[in-house]
Design a protein. Structure first.
Lengths: 298, 469
């Protein structure tokens, strides 16, 4: 506790939820009230933010938008199965160390060489350590954290709770300035309680029609208002069907781009048939959607 | 009640509702709410949700408890409203008075509901629901200690089923700023919105009851457990729909978990030849050992399920989950029975739509029934006669059912034959263990022949399927 008495650099990411919403909006990310509030809280409480939700609703984009909105740099750690300490945290540059040992004459004592080769010069920092050691404001994005093995979660714990890393040869490296940490997950695996406990949790879902329309209009230049409205409506209807993979925001935006490229001005049945593949990626979903859209009207 | 006590009671109620809230999260919540201030109710909700709810499946329970402990308004909003809603209340109050006069007929109220649902106007809907409960749900004159509000009464008078039809027509017709929908999409959308209104009514009634009694009591007695803990046998239709939506994500999570565990156990026995050959490069010293990959064990599964009314839901869920995971099994054959046996393996097409599959399954259930009275003994005998080749030394037998055979001969010997013919056998029973052996259940007798497992909800089902593979 004592160390907290010393002047910790005051990092204020956002002033209030409204400020967060506004600055994210200026950075091109239209956040709803819950997202803006939680983002503000993550900054104010200096806690990592765990974002969950279906693919393509803008989880990764949120981290990027926070970086843009606050003028911070983004450090990204992409997780995958088999990710280990050497890829996530730090590694010693063996080849350079070897060169160093061979270059020293026989007259140098081993203790001296030993001290020499475990210094900053031979340290290769990986994303987690990089983010902690940076003095400028940093957003650390740990993407698809559910893809990693359970061991890596243990590694994350020290970083996420105390913002410090212990390197046996160098000692403990504490964060000069706490990064804004965003973890994203597709929930293919339950994360451990220990990780969840340390994070603020935010579930991103499909947006309501109004916000989705605003997103499509802002992301796709040249789409006219009526077309965007109709497009969002169709997408919302499709989401009400029970599909294997409901279309997400990313797919709506892609669809709008497709329609623009095809120079379509009105969304009629034929256009929908021809371009439905942009929205739905399963054959059975495709059939079901076509059937539902085409039932004869009474 | 002081704010801190309220908060602690709230966290207690969340724990009772099945959310694992730790002390650290509790502290975080207090810190978050303090940082944010209490001015905005939705803000407070978000702050609590971000710190206390770490799993989306718990979100519905959380929202219900939150609405009980931090209600948006008191009573019908006339008294104490300014405390929670700030300056906006006086206008709304006046508005509701006007509306009170406007809807003196029930028909007009329902018409307004349909309109609001068609426009998807959540604000207006909330107002209308509050008003409906106020007018239709009150049960005045009941003695103290009995709740004087009823969601049942409200919904009876609103008649949600006819609302669905009316709303569907409105959606099909469309308006200027809203395109028209096809019939199927209109029905789906209408059913979903009316269901949401039903939940709003229930939540509003809970809020009013919580004013009379204490919220803890209401939370304990009326809240439904999270979806993965709802028992199959008393799930409602909306729960069933939601569960079906969960099948694929569940299967995907399960498959990911299984793949990870199999990777961890991949190293098999020592491959002597490869180890020696590799040791040549290190001067004959076997520095690195090589191992044979382990052969993955893929059981062949024979599923025999009771599809009589009482357990049909359970059977179809288990079948769907098994089929969603069929890469993990060598071969799957499925049979359904009531008092006769019918093979349904053909109904499961890879990549097919779940809803359709379920409809086809339900349609084929009538082949499995001769007189419509469950008869396990007869079904087993029929199974042995019709499909003698189904069970072999490689197959695992899975029987799904509640073992309630209407007091007919259980034919233990036939089942024992079947168990002996297969490599493994299990019986999944969707009833709680304490109900086994009551009434016409022959659970104990069957349980002596084949290990019987209690499997009441999605969590238990997932665990069982995981252990099976």
């Amino acid at each position: 506790m004592l160390c907290r008495l010393y002047a910790e650099p005051v990092t204020s990411w956002f002033d209030s939820p409204t400020d967060a919403a506004k600055r994210l909006h200026d950075a091109g990310y239209l956040a709803d009230q819950a997202t803006a509030t939680t983002t503000y809280l993550a900054g104010a409480l200096e806690k990592p933010l765990l974002v969950e939700g279906p693919a393509g609703v803008g989880k990764t984009e949120l981290a990027k938008a926070v970086a843009r909105a606050t003028g911070a740099d983004l450090v990204r750690l992409q997780c995958y199965e088999g990710l280990d300490e050497a890829r996530a945290l730090y590694e010693w540059n063996y080849k350079k160390q070897l060169l160093r040992i061979q270059a020293t004459g026989a007259d140098q004592a081993w203790e001296q060489t030993h001290d020499d080769i475990f210094t900053e010069e031979f340290l290769l920092t990986r994303p987690l350590l990089t983010a902690i050691r940076r003095e400028e404001p940093t957003v650390l994005l740990v993407d698809e954290v559910d893809k990693t093995d359970v061991e890596v979660e243990g590694l994350l714990l020290e970083v996420l709770s105390d913002f410090q890393v212990t390197i046996p040869e160098l000692g403990t490296v504490a964060a000069v300035r706490r990064p804004f940490v965003v973890l994203t997950s597709n929930a293919t695996r339950e994360l451990s309680e220990a990780v969840k406990r340390r994070c603020l949790f935010l579930h991103l879902d499909y947006p309501d029609a109004q916000r989705e329309k605003a997103i499509v209009v802002s992301q796709v230049p040249g789409v006219d208002d009526a077309l965007a409205g109709r497009l969002v409506e169709v997408v919302a209807q499709l989401r009400e069907l029970e599909l294997k993979k409901a279309p997400s925001i990313a797919e709506s935006v892609d669809w709008a781009r497709t329609l623009i490229a095809l120079e379509v001005e009105r969304l009629d049945d034929e256009t929908v048939d021809a371009t439905l593949g942009v929205l739905l990626k399963h054959a059975s979903d495709h059939d079901k959607a076509l059937k539902a859209l085409r039932t004869p009207r009474r | 009640m002081p704010l801190l006590d309220r908060h602690i009671a709230f966290v207690e109620a969340l724990r009772t509702a099945g959310l694992p809230v730790s002390l650290a999260e509790d502290l975080d919540a207090v810190e978050a709410v303090t940082t944010l201030g209490l001015g905005d109710r939705e803000g407070v909700r978000t702050a609590f949700a971000a710190t206390l709810v770490k799993r989306q499946s718990h979100r519905a329970s959380f929202d219900a408890v939150f609405d009980l402990f931090f209600p948006a308004l008191l009573g019908s909003g006339a008294s104490g409203g300014d405390r929670t809603q700030g300056a906006a209340r006086p206008d709304a109050e006046g508005g509701s008075d006007v509306r009170e006069a406007r809807f003196d007929e029930l028909g007009e109220l329902r018409e307004a509901l349909v309109e609001a649902m068609a426009a998807d106007d959540q604000e207006a809907l909330l107002q209308l629901v509050r008003e409906s409960v106020e007018r239709l749900g009150a049960m005045p004159g009941r003695p103290r200690g009995m709740s004087s509000w009823s969601s049942y009464n409200t919904l009876q008078k609103l008649a949600p089923d006819t609302l669905v039809l009316r709303l569907a027509q409105a959606l099909m017709a469309g308006t200027d700023d809203r395109g028209s929908r096809s019939e199927e999409l209109a029905m789906v959308g209408a059913a979903r919105r009316v269901d949401a209104v039903r939940r709003m009514v229930e939540s509003d009634v809970r809020r009013r009851i919580a004013e009379e009694k204490d919220p803890e009591h209401v939370a304990r007695t009326t809240l439904r457990p999270p979806l993965d803990q709802i028992a199959f046998t008393n799930a409602r239709k909306s729960d069933i729909d939601e569960m079906r939506r969960q099948i694929y994500p569940l299967a995907r999570r399960l498959a990911a978990r299984l793949a990870k565990e199999q990777h961890a156990r991949r190293r098999g026995p020592l491959d002597f030849r490869r180890t020696v050959r590799a040791s040549v490069s290190t001067g004959g010293v076997p520095m690195v050992t090589h191992h044979r990959p382990r052969r993955p064990h893929r059981p062949e599964l024979v599923v025999l399920c009771d599809v009589s009314g009482s357990v049909a839901n359970f059977a179809s869920f288990t079948l769907l989950l098994v089929y969603a995971l069929r890469e993990q099994f060598g071969k799957v054959r499925a049979f359904t029975f009531v008092d006769d046996v019918h093979e349904v393996t053909e109904e499961f097409v890879p990549g097919a739509d779940l809803e359709e599959t379920l409809t086809r399954l339900a349609a084929s259930a009538r082949h499995a029934s001769l007189w419509g009275r469950t008869d396990y003994g007869r079904a087993f005998v029929q199974f042995r006669e019709k499909y003698p080749d189904a069970l072999g030394p490689k197959s695992s037998l899975l029987v799904l059912g509640d073992a309630r055979s209407n007091y007919t001969d259980p034919r233990i010997a036939t089942l024992r034959d079947m168990v002996d013919a297969s490599r493994h056998a299990w019986w999944l029973n969707p009833e709680a263990r304490r109900q086994w052996d009551t009434g016409d259940s022959s659970a104990r007798e069957y349980g002596e022949v084949v290990p019987m497992v209690e499997c009441r909800n999605l969590t238990q089902l997932t665990e069982f399927v995981h252990d099976l593979v």
